[in-house]
Design a binder for this molecule. Sequence first.
Ligand code: PHB
Length: 372
Amino acid sequence: MSLFTPFKLGSITIPNRIGMSALTRNRSTATVPNEIMQKYYVERALGGAGLIVTEGTLITRQGTEWPQAPGIWDPAQVVGWKKITDAVHEAGSKIYCQIWHLGRVSHPDAPEQIAAGVPVYAPSAISARGGKFRFLPGHPGYVTPTEVPDPTTIIAQFKQAAINAKEAGFDGVELHGANGYIVAQFLDSTANKRTDKWGGSPENRARFALDTLKALIEVFGPDVSIKISPAGGYNDVGMPLQETIDTFGYLLREANKLGLSYVTLVRYSAASDPEIDGKKRATEHDVVATFSPFLTNTPVFVNCGVTPAEAEQLVNSGTAAGVFFGFSWVTHPDVGKRIKAGKELDNVPNFAHLYGAVGVDPALGYVDYPGM
Ligand code: PHB
């Protein structure tokens, strides 16, 4: 088995094992996907991505720190995405929509949250420490959210997003269960202090993720996946090791029965575990070794800091069905082709234009990286 052996992923076949992970780029027209995004995704489809996962795509109006993150709750967004999925398919690749709800790390003063007319909902009324709403006056941090009275209302929004994603021509959906967003907030005992069936035991904290996956499967059948980061401290989550194993082990044991197309295991990285009050937040451990044994029936994709040589080894040894590269796809439109050709990933990052901003040419640092 090599990185370039095609793989049956749910109901589709991907041409190779090199995925492009979700990457926030903040280039939509407000929240509507547009032509420059199409250009960006098509460049990467042509550049040898076996599977593209979109940037985090909002399932409902939320006060995100990225005012130009795309959504998938509105017909205009579906029209925009349909052009992109058609073009990616034309270019020979496949594309999943990463569906995203931020929970407590939304801001009530952001225009979309105001337009939504609902509070910032989260599992419990516990603020994440930190925050970076750079586009709001005073650059405020996170706020204390409102405990969502009935979590099934958000599960229904995820399901509607999947219905919309299907209409938009996506090959599947990846539930964003990583990096301290709403699914991770429900899983995490420091963010979720509920006393009803959605909080407390690992079973109860995993209920939101599992019920959401089941709702997505009603729409997409075998083309549903989840990304998790058990060793991630981003957005102020993280539990002691035994509790992490109990929680994510339960989640994966149950998820393994659902016939998911893949699970992405995000490894520990110091960069995704920023210090809070002078301390690292997460519990560093070997995520792949700890959690892949639970996935006897589910392909594993490994993400975070994977090098091309290591990717080949992970697939060759059967440790992973595939890998996701992240930042390399920002700076190279043709990661897959370069790896195949044995060429270095040596483009120089344009950090100043990593994220788009209103009034700045969106092409800069986006669709101007050279192919090999
Ligand atoms: C970010 O926009 O900074 C971001 C979004 C989603 C992630 C991680 C980081 O999973």
